[in-house]
Design a protein around this ligand. Sequence first.
Ligand code: NAD
Length: 483
Amino acid sequence: MQTKTVDGRMFIAGQRTWSRSAATFEAIDPATAEGFATVASGDKSDVDAAIAAARAAFEGGWAGLPPVRRVRILNQLAGLLRERRAEFAALESLDVGKPLRQAEDDVSAAAGYFEFFAGVADKVFGSSIPLGKGFVDFTLREPLGVSAQIVPWNYPLRLASRGLAPALACGNTVVAKPAAEAGLSIVRLAELAGEAGCPLGVFNVVTGGRDTGAAIAAHPGINHITFTGSVPTGIAIMKAAADNVVPVTLELGGKSPNIIFADADLERAAASSATTLMQNSAQTCTAPTRLLLERSAHDRFVDLLAQRIRTIKMGRGLDNPDMGPVVSERQMNRVLGYLNAAARDGATAVTGGGRSTSRELANGYFIEPTLLDHVARGSVLEQEEIFGPVLTVTTFESVDEAIAIANGTPYGLVTGIWTRDLTKALMAATAIKSGQVRINAYSVEGSIGLPFGGYKRSGFGREQGVEALANYTQIKNVMINFG
Ligand code: NAD
């Protein structure tokens, strides 16, 4: 990739554009701490323009288009994404720092979202309700209008597509706001949507930071907000939405437990846990970073996992290492803060535990893949989302204790369970308070069809699957008396 040629302009009403204020910020390569693009910093007037464009496109025809045309456009967009996979993956890898092959998977997943929701765009059925002789009653599922999509930096393309695809499929228009840390791929996606036949103004992107997001969330011209990110920001967005009585869909991360019973296939569970660290340096909302080990399996599992972790090679994402840096200096310092607190809390680092000491990686934001043992129940490390390459180990003695520890945080996004005893697995699965439970595998092909979202402070509303359509439609009931 020719890094100098990365375009940092936003995308409003079908045009690449700088901010009206001419304000900019630098996009930073987290592997080198060097800037690689100058990015437009959108303000309130840019947000006004993007929302006006989206409103005009909504009223001007996108909502009323025969759904089968939206099917074609979304499929076309998916096809173009697959064709340009190398370009999008290189940009994502450079921007976020993740290994190139993981960025390629992200592009495929993004295309998968558009294919899945293209498949349902002409199947957003209502129902008919019997009222007796002389009456017909039916429901229509109509789009909401302009959907704001406020996206985090960890999986810009994938997470933007997760919300954009159902929003567009249902006939809404969108204004997306990537995170300032990373998200240039979302602007390229909007351009590509134009090539795929998306009319002007249907898909707009305003780049910028917190203030830009806040200006969108508080804008009276939007009809819905999808947000993925931290709990405090989710709360701020919900409060802003309340003033305009606008529905929100919130995915606020997690502290996902991975319960490993002694009878599990420990080799497979250890391999899966090592992957958790390597996958985007564990900056993943679903990452099962809280290992709960049955005491009798503790020593063997820790040993197996530590051996794997010690082989992880770090490097610049574009060079396709096992693991890249974290996204920013701020995120690195946040994670190091947790690691510094570990010893105070009585935890011990089995491997890793700090910033990389490698001279080649000294300029970038590299943190060693870390396994912390003896992490106390209720401690900060066991309760808060670290969002970096750190796994914590806590032990349990019984199924009931495992469930109590698993449920003992404010979050409830995903839970992993590893055991050969399916009765035990199902007992735990039904008692667990999280939106997904994954038994004996943490990932599966086709997961786009599985409803995904939080219990408790992990948020509400379901993304993915046909359940996601509920976020992007409102129901109108039509009653007719023809008697
Ligand atoms: P954040 O939640 O503040 O940012 C996410 C998005 O929200 C960005 O686009 C940001 O510009 C925007 N934003 C920030 N303040 C806003 C506001 N008041 N109104 C509207 N939009 C606003 O996340 P962060 O500060 O970058 O990261 C902090 C922590 O959040 C991380 O350490 C991690 O624990 C968590 N996080 C979770 C996810 C996830 O996938 N659930 C993703 C990123 C970060």
